[in-house]
Design a protein around this ligand. Structure first.
Ligand code: C2E
Ligand code: CA
Ligand code: CA
Ligand code: CA
Length: 278
C-alpha cells in the first residue's frame, strides 16, 4: 500500500509539473501573440425583439496562430486572466472593437451598440475608466455606442467600491450589462442598487427552453424581474424557433444566438448587417 501511495504521489507531481510547464509555454506564446498581432475579433449580432433588426454586436476575441487552427477564448482567456495578460489584451479588444464601431458609423451603417466583455482583472484595475475614456477619444466612438459586459462575480467582494466603479464607467453614457446572468452568486439586492442597464440571460437556461420546465421557469422569472426593475433583458444562445417562441411570448427585449448569426469577422458580417440592421 505504501508503494502504491508513493507512485500515486509521483504521478500527481508529474502531472502537475506538466500542467505548469504547459501553462508557461502558453503564457509565452500568448505574450508573443499580442505583440505579433495574432488576435482577431469576431462580432455577433444583438437582435431587437420588436423590430427583428440587429441593434448591436458583441465583440468576441479569437487567437489565430499563423498556419494553425483558430483558438477559441475558452482556451486562453483563463490563462490570460491568471497571468495578468488579460489587461493589455482586454485593452486591445476594447480599442479594436471601438475602432470597428466607428468605422461602421463612417461607412453609413445604421447605429449599432458595440458590446465588449470585461474581465475581473480589468474591472479591478485602478485606471479602467481612464483607459476607456482614452479609447473612446482616440477612436471617436460615442460613449452611448459602447456597452460593457460584466459578470455578477465581479461585484461580490467589494460591493461599495463596485458601485462607485460602475457609476464612474456609466457617467459618460456607456451602457452596462450583466453577462451570464443567473450563474453567479445572484444576490438580488445588487440589482436595485447597482446602476445596470441590461441582463443577459445565460445560455445554459436558454438551451432547455423547449423542454425543461425549470429552465422555462427561470427564464420567465428573469424576464419578469427585469421588466419590474426597468432593466432590459437579452437571451443568449438562441438556436431554435421553439426557444425564440418562448422568449417572444414572455417579452424578452433582445436575442443573440446562432439562430440569427454566428460570431463572424467584421468583413463577413457587413453584407448581412446592411440587410438586417435598423
Ligand atoms: P460570453 O461572453 O458568454 O459569449 C457568448 C459565447 O456564446 C460566445 O462564445 C459565442 O460564440 C457563444 N454563442 C453565441 N451564440 C450561441 C448559440 O446560439 N449557441 C451556442 N452554443 N453558443 C453561442 P465564445 O466566443 O467562444 O466566447 C466564450 C467566452 O469567452 C465568452 O462568453 C466570454 O466569457 C469570453 N470572452 C470572449 N471574448 C472575450 C473578450 O474579449 N474579453 C474577455 N474578458 N472575455 C471574452
Ligand atoms: Ca459576453
Ligand atoms: Ca454570456
Ligand atoms: Ca458564458
Amino acid at each position: 500500500a505504501k508503494k502504491e501511495g508513493r507512485s500515486t504521489y509521483r504521478y500527481h507531481t508529474e502531472a502537475l509539473s506538466i500542467a505548469a510547464n504547459e501553462r508557461l509555454v502558453m503564457e509565452t506564446r500568448l505574450r508573443h501573440a499580442l505583440t505579433a498581432g495574432e488576435f482577431v475579433l469576431h462580432y455577433q449580432p444583438l437582435i431587437d425583439a420588436h423590430s427583428g433588426r440587429a441593434v448591436g454586436v458583441e465583440a468576441l476575441v479569437r487567437w489565430q496562430p499563423p498556419g494553425e487552427a483558430i483558438v477559441p477564448p475558452g482556451k486562453f482567456i483563463p490563462i490570460a486572466e491568471e497571468t495578468g495578460l488579460i489587461v493589455p489584451l482586454g485593452e486591445w479588444v476594447l480599442r479594436t472593437a471601438c475602432a470597428q464601431g466607428r468605422a461602421w458609423i463612417d461607412a453609413g451603417f445604421a447605429p449599432l451598440v458595440m458590446a465588449v466583455n470585461l474581465s475581473v482583472r480589468q474591472f479591478q484595475s485602478e485606471n479602467l475608466a481612464e483607459v476607456i475614456q482614452r479609447v473612446l477619444e482616440e477612436t471617436k466612438l460615442p460613449a452611448a455606442c459602447l456597452e460593457l459586459e460584466l459578470t455578477e462575480s465581479m461585484f461580490m467582494e467589494h460591493a461599495e467600491r463596485s458601485i462607485d466603479t460602475l457609476k464612474t464607467l456609466k457617467a459618460p453614457g456607456i451602457q452596462l450589462a450583466i453577462d451570464d446572468f443567473g450563474t453567479g452568486y445572484s444576490s438580488l439586492t445588487y440589482l436595485k442598487r447597482f446602476p445596470i442597464d441590461k441582463l443577459k440571460i445565460d445560455q445554459s437556461f436558454v438551451r432547455g427552453l423547449a423542454h425543461d420546465p425549470n429552465d422555462r421557469e427561470i427564464a420567465a422569472t428573469i424576464i419578469a424581474m427585469a421588466r419590474g426593475l426597468k432593466l432590459s433583458v437579452l437571451a443568449e444562445g438562441v438556436e431554435s424557433e421553439q426557444q425564440l417562441a418562448f422568449l417572444r411570448q414572455h417579452g424578452c427585449d433582445y436575442y443573440q444566438g446562432f439562430l440569427f448569426h454566428r460570431p463572424a469577422p467584421a468583413k463577413e458580417l457587413e453584407a448581412w448587417l446592411r440587410e438586417h440592421s435598423a
